[in-house]
Design a protein around this ligand. Structure first.
Ligand code: NDP
Length: 401
């Protein structure tokens, strides 16, 4: 029985809070706070209608450490779950340290003025969390999150050693819009337009964004083109599973999405530096976000499935073996259950599970932790029980592209 404060009332926050309300034995008291309290109130109404559970709501500007600390001091939660944007990670961590409360998030810190995401800023909090006897759990979404739990599960149960690991993220959903992103457009476009990077023999190998394309046949989705990309779990996997020789991340994109993105880039709409417009500074990417559909609004029209998983090749009992652990999630089922599409669902459910790991003490420790550092079994068990069942296949051969 524990009190939790969730910050961020977007699609991910909405799913996480719905799933927490469905588990009152773990989450006895839930407060949802965000920049606009009206969004929290709308989620609270949906939670009440779907589960009968009443949650509290609050307004907070999580960029402001004092304001966030004051809210934490008032609510007195055991854990703060940060489902706002990566920009708020450090201010919310500071507020947790000020008030003596555990911290969790789903995306690593990114400065607003630089499309650069890496764990360094948050790993630098290690001593402060350790000395305070507090736990910060980083990256408990799907990717990062479940994909790293799949990797530790493979290492623990399926292979004696992992040589290569490929993370494949496929969204086979169709929202019926010409162009929209499935999670926060600003964060999504910054991520997709970054140079590709993968880990090979102890080094980062960089290439131009979206330049390495590969078709792949995804279970229950069909064949899709996937592109080599940098993704933040590559950094923590390379650190905590150093024996893996090659780690790559692939994401599928449709041709129409890529064509729109190319045009938006070419005309300068994805820039993150300020430009003068009618006498005031605006950031083109932030303006673009304002005119694109809100990800949370896509649920009602999105059909199809996501398929996200890990393919690992290594040795088992002296022989080479390739295994594939993945989850398939249906957009319409996710919407029926929580009012949100599968990209929010596949992030919000693991956020709820990560929070459950901390609150129940299944995972514990003082300091800053990535999800690869813990026993995957209780997390894998909860995935099966709470809407993201996983499947396991043995493949005939390693990925040879
Ligand atoms: P949204 O943009 O839909 O929601 C973000 C929410 O945070 C909004 O409600 C927003 O408020 C609120 N917010 C923004 N700034 C502040 C602030 N300063 N103070 C308080 N609240 C604030 O994003 P998503 O729900 O799609 O994503 C949430 C997080 O999940 C992001 O960090 C994203 O990177 C991460 N993510 C992780 C994934 C994973 O698999 N690990 C996958 C997908 C997302 P307002 O509505 O007023 O703008």
């Amino acid at each position: 029985m524990s009190k939790v404060l969730v910050i961020g009332a977007g699609g991910v926050g909405s799913v996480a809070v719905h799933k927490m309300a469905m588990n009152p034995d773990i989450f006895s008291d839930i407060t949802l706070a965000s920049r606009r309290v009206a969004k929290c109130d709308a989620v609270a109404e949906s939670v009440k209608a779907r589960t009968g559970v009443v949650i509290s709501t609050a307004q907070v500007d999580a960029d402001n450490v004092e304001e966030t600390a004051a809210l934490i001091a008032k609510v007195k939660p055991k854990l703060v779950v940060n489902l706002a944007l990566p920009y708020q990670d450090l201010s919310i961590m500071d507020a947790c340290l000020k008030t003596g409360v555990h911290y969790m998030d789903t995306a690593n810190y990114e400065p607003r003025d630089e499309a650069k995401f890496e764990y360094g800023w948050q790993w630098a909090y290690q001593d402060r969390f350790k000395e305070a006897g507090l736990m910060a759990l980083l990256g408990s979404g799907f990717d990062p999150g479940v994909t790293s739990v799949f990797a530790t599960y493979i290492k623990k149960h399926l292979l004696d050693s992992i040589d290569t690991l490929d993370i494949l993220d496929c969204n086979g959903g169709d929202h019926g819009q010409h162009f929209a992103t499935n999670f926060n457009p600003e964060i999504n476009i910054r991520e997709v337009t970054a140079p590709s990077r993968h880990w090979a023999d102890g080094e980062w190998v960089e290439g131009p964004a979206l330049s390495h394309k590969q078709p792949f046949l995804f279970d229950q989705v069909g064949e899709k083109n996937m592109y080599l990309m940098y993704h933040e779990e590559l950094e923590s996997l390379a650190k905590f599973m150093p024996e893996i020789k090659r780690i790559r991340f692939w994401m599928t994109f449709g041709d129409a999405y890529l064509k729109h993105l190319e045009v938006l880039q070419n005309v300068g709409m994805t820039r993150i530096d300020p430009v003068m417009y009618e006498g005031r500074e605006i950031i083109p990417l932030q303006f673009l976000k304002a005119v694109l559909p809100e990800p949370a609004s896509l649920g009602v029209t999105t059909k199809g499935k996501t398929n996200i998983g890990d393919i690992a090749t290594g040795m088992k009992d002296g022989k080479q073996k390739t295994v594939y652990v993945y989850n398939v999630c249906d957009h319409e089922d996710a919407y029926a259950e929580t009012g949100n599409q599968a990209v929010s669902y596949t992030t919000g459910v693991p956020a709820m599970i990560g929070a459950a790991m901390v609150l129940t003490g299944a995972w514990s420790g003082a300091g800053v932790f990535n999800i690869e550092q813990f026993d995957p079994d209780p997390f894998m068990d909860m995935l099966n029980k709470h809407g993201l069942p996983w499947q396991l296949k043995e493949l005939d051969a390693p990925l040879d592209f």
